[in-house]
Design a protein around this ligand. Structure first.
Ligand SMILES: [Zn+2]
Length: 231
């Protein structure tokens, strides 16, 4: 007797099995095969649940988490992506701390880049007592603000190594967690990978000896700045 696998029962439940094959599978179920009946019933229930939840929109935070778990199918990544020159418009480390404000309040680094008609907002938050950090950002088109900015591939690279990758949401927002290592570059691939924005990320070092919200300089430099960085 020929039995059927789970993949075939999934197709059967979704009603996409070719007609002839489907009727043979139906006949097989009618013979009382318990194993296949269980698989068919399970797939039937699963298909129903999927149909019922399909119209519901998952919360943005859940989608972001799911994207972080599963590998992303990137649009074809062109190796010849033309790099768009990016200009640093704002750097939170270069702005003087207002008088009276505790230097240690500045945790993380914020920057704004302009590249062509795009603006790239970035914030890096180091994880305390760890070399990990999170980058939170948004890509937008400041010339034509209504430009669709969803599903833009963004990755972090350390040399040739891709450290993290994600896709922007429908607001052009993205978030990645990563291990700070070497010189990390953030790359944004525009127009299906034809053009690319590439900017360096600061490496933030959380001070193990200072208070919880205190950042300190990496080993080599003696400069005293709040929220310190290495290029
Ligand atoms: Zn069977």
């Amino acid at each position: 007797m020929k039995h059927y696998g789970i993949a075939q029962w999934v197709d059967f439940a979704r009603g996409v099995t070719p007609e002839q094959e489907g009727s043979i599978m139906g006949e097989h179920l009618a013979t009382g095969c318990l194993e296949c009946r269980q698989a068919a019933d399970f797939c039937d229930k699963l298909a129903r649940v999927c149909l019922a939840v399909a119209p519901l929109r998952a919360p943005e935070a859940v989608v972001r988490n799911a994207r972080a778990i599963f590998p992303i199918r990137w649009p074809e990544r062109s190796k010849r992506a033309v790099r768009i020159a990016a200009e640093l418009i704002y750097d939170s480390f270069l702005v003087p701390v207002p008088a009276g404000m505790r230097a240690s309040w500045q945790v993380g680094w914020q920057a704004l880049y302009r590249a062509g008609d795009c603006s790239l907002d970035l914030r890096i938050e180091p994880e305390l007592q760890s070399s990990r950090a999170a980058v939170i950002g948004q890509i937008s088109n400041h010339t034509v603000p209504e430009t669709e900015m969803a599903n833009i591939p963004i990755c972090l690279r350390s040399g040739r190594l891709v450290v993290a990758e994600t896709l922007s949401n429908r607001f052009g927002e993205f978030q990645m967690e990563y291990e700070q290592q070497g010189r990390i570059q953030l790359c944004v691939y525009l127009d299906g990978g034809v053009r690319r924005i590439q900017v360096p990320l600061k490496t933030l070092v959380a001070d193990k000896h200072a208070g919880r919200d205190r950042l300190n300089m990496g080993a080599a430099s003696g400069k005293k700045r709040p929220g310190v960085y290495e290029e």
